[in-house]
Design a protein around this ligand. Structure first.
Ligand SMILES: [Zn+2]
Length: 263
């Protein structure tokens, strides 16, 4: 009885936490009136009745630490700046980013989502072939991955590494980047056990939120310092503004600091 109460409390907490983490779902929407009743839904005929099975409640998420954990890489270690592109590979945008980098004769670091890598292996191969650095960015961009049980974190990172290595058999994947920058000491530790350093950033123009190219340029130019790691995106949405910004940022940063992929 007591354990059941604990379980119910845990489940309630999970629901509460996931609800808080999703800005798109407001309590009003969740509790809002349902549409006017029409014909009652007909039960779907099934060949065989489903076995009655209660799914076990998911383990509770660890709370997010209030500060970034130790062990994150946030600078290149020399004067050159590093460009990092997250959330690809994406068939529409990644080739255009690669074209720009090649034209400027610079290399970058690509933080790949596992299921995207599995879907577009030729793009992963091109990224590696053109001399860019590879970074694991989790299987499905799970913002809460760092809060999950260690075994789940490990399985996710291993699965992502495998998808990248299926595309590039001898790929070196020296970095992991936590989606949303929502790092925990646990995810840093698991990445380290798997041979990956945790890669954060020092300049974030928030290009994922679709500011104009002009705004992206201004934000990068005002925050960039020698050794900066710049966070940009080649996946996860319409990247036209990022591409337009890169047309100016790449030659400018190259001239002022040099651009190198992370080593
Ligand atoms: Zn991301």
């Amino acid at each position: 009885m007591r354990s059941r109460a604990v379980l119910a409390f845990g489940l309630g907490l999970v629901l509460l936490l996931t609800g808080c983490g999703d800005p798109a779902r407001s309590p009003a929407q969740a509790a809002g009136p349902s549409p006017a009743p029409s014909a009652p839904p007909k039960p779907k005929p099934t060949a065989s009745p489903r076995p009655t099975r209660t799914t076990p409640p998911k383990p509770r998420l660890r709370p997010m630490p209030t500060t970034l954990p130790a062990g994150l890489r946030r600078s290149t270690g020399d004067r050159a700046v590093a460009l990092t592109f997250d959330d690809g590979p994406d068939p529409r945008w990644t080739p255009k980013v690669l074209d720009q980098l090649r034209a400027a004769r610079v290399t970058a670091t690509f933080c790949l989502i596992g299921k995207q890598a599995q879907r577009y292996p030729a793009l992963v191969a091109r990224i590696a072939r053109e001399g860019h650095q590879l970074c694991n960015h989790s299987w499905r961009h799970d913002m809460n991955l760092g809060r999950r049980p260690l075994a789940e974190i490990r399985a996710d990172l291993v699965r992502t590494d495998r998808a990248i290595k299926a595309a590039v058999p001898n790929a070196r994947i020296p970095y992991y980047r936590q989606p949303g920058g929502r790092w925990t000491p646990e995810v840093v530790a698991v990445a380290r056990q798997l041979g990956m350093r945790s890669l954060h950033w020092s300049v974030d123009p928030q290009d994922w939120a679709h500011p104009t190219a002009e705004t992206i340029i201004e934000r990068v130019e005002s925050a960039v310092r020698p050794g900066a790691i710049v966070l940009l995106h080649d996946g996860g949405g319409d990247r036209r503004q990022t591409l337009a910004a890169c047309q100016r940022l790449i030659p400018d940063l190259k001239r002022r600091y040099g651009i190198s992929r992370l080593r």
